[in-house]
Design a protein around this ligand. Structure first.
Ligand code: SIN
Length: 301
């Protein structure tokens, strides 16, 4: 007789404040991220009715996120999602680059099963740490029939993984999200295999339009260590100082791809007849950078 397999939830840990420790728990602002092992994070928060498996994929402060960690995370996530008895996956992550990881995973994988990234603003040993409740909420969210694709579960809210952004530096609920952050149609998405096989990730730099933006940074880099892509966060509707625009046109002639976003927190860029460079709609600058990276990986594969 075939015993019915117990459904599994997999927790992939990458570090962050949720796994952080303060040297003095009464002064939780002085802490080091990525200290507590995933097994310890899970004490007391395991859901009933599911077997919880866990893996320590990385143990970093997410400001130090690297392509190598993204590749490991993507590889383990794809592995676990392909198992019939896996209901969903929870990823613990620092809040600082969480929006980039969430956008990356949703865009490359588009998983039908639920994947919830969760995090904390206070370290694990702070008396009122928000990590355990966020982890519990994420474990509960991936059990729900409505949960699909990559989401971010934090402070009692659920955000779409390709629309979320960290918009506050220290409050307990640091995330907001705007209209679904659709991947720009003109940009290709590589397969999981192409991303995992990529040995040298393309370089995409970010530049901001501002008063007096003269394009010197763009020209200097193109002359000495040219990146393959530029994301430019323009003013208002993604507009560029004429000197910065000229420098980016030169970069484009040298083969670099250029993608525009707005430096405004809300609204994104709307298409205009006079557009010189393509834009990434409502994507933030860092999401657009991931989108352009993925386009370059797809094209070089
Ligand atoms: C990090 O992003 O790893 C540190 C900050 C945080 O998790 O809030």
């Amino acid at each position: 007789m075939n015993a019915k397999k117990t459904k599994k939830i997999v927790v992939l840990a990458t570090g962050g404040t949720i796994a952080g420790l303060a040297s003095d728990a009464q002064q939780p602002q002085n802490y080091t991220a990525g200290q507590v092992a995933v097994e310890d994070l899970l004490h007391g928060v395991q859901p009933s009715g599911f077997e919880v498996l866990s893996e320590q994929v990385a143990q970093i402060d997410s400001k130090d996120m690297s392509f190598a960690v993204w590749q490991s995370l993507l590889s383990r996530l794809a592995h676990w999602l392909a198992q019939d008895d896996v209901q969903g996956v929870v990823i613990t992550h620092g809040t600082d680059t969480l929006e980039e990881t969430a956008y990356f995973l949703q865009t490359v994988l588009h998983p039908a099963k639920p994947v919830a990234l969760t995090c904390a603003m206070l370290p694990a040993n702070a008396p009122d740490s928000d990590g355990p409740a966020n982890l519990q909420d994420a474990l509960a969210w991936v059990q729900k029939p409505a949960a699909k694709g990559v989401t971010v579960v934090c402070a009692g809210q659920v955000h779409a993984g390709d629309a979320v952004q960290k918009s506050h530096s220290h409050q307990r609920n640091p995330f907001t999200s705007q209209a679904l952050g659709a991947h720009p149609q003109s940009l290709q998405v590589p397969t999981v295999a192409q991303v995992l096989a990529c040995k040298a990730w393309p370089r995409v730099e970010l530049v901001l339009n501002h008063a007096g933006a003269d394009g010197r940074t763009v020209r200097a880099l193109m002359a000495h260590d040219a990146p393959q892509g530029w994301v430019v966060a323009g003013t208002g509707n993604g507009t560029l100082h004429q000197d910065l625009q000229a420098a980016l046109l030169e970069a484009q002639k040298q083969g670099a791809q250029v993608l525009r976003v707005s430096r405004c927190a809300w609204g994104g860029v709307q298409t205009r007849d006079a557009d010189v460079f393509p834009h990434a709609g409502v994507l933030t600058a860092v999401q657009a950078r991931v989108a352009l990276l993925l386009n370059l990986i797809a094209q070089q594969a």
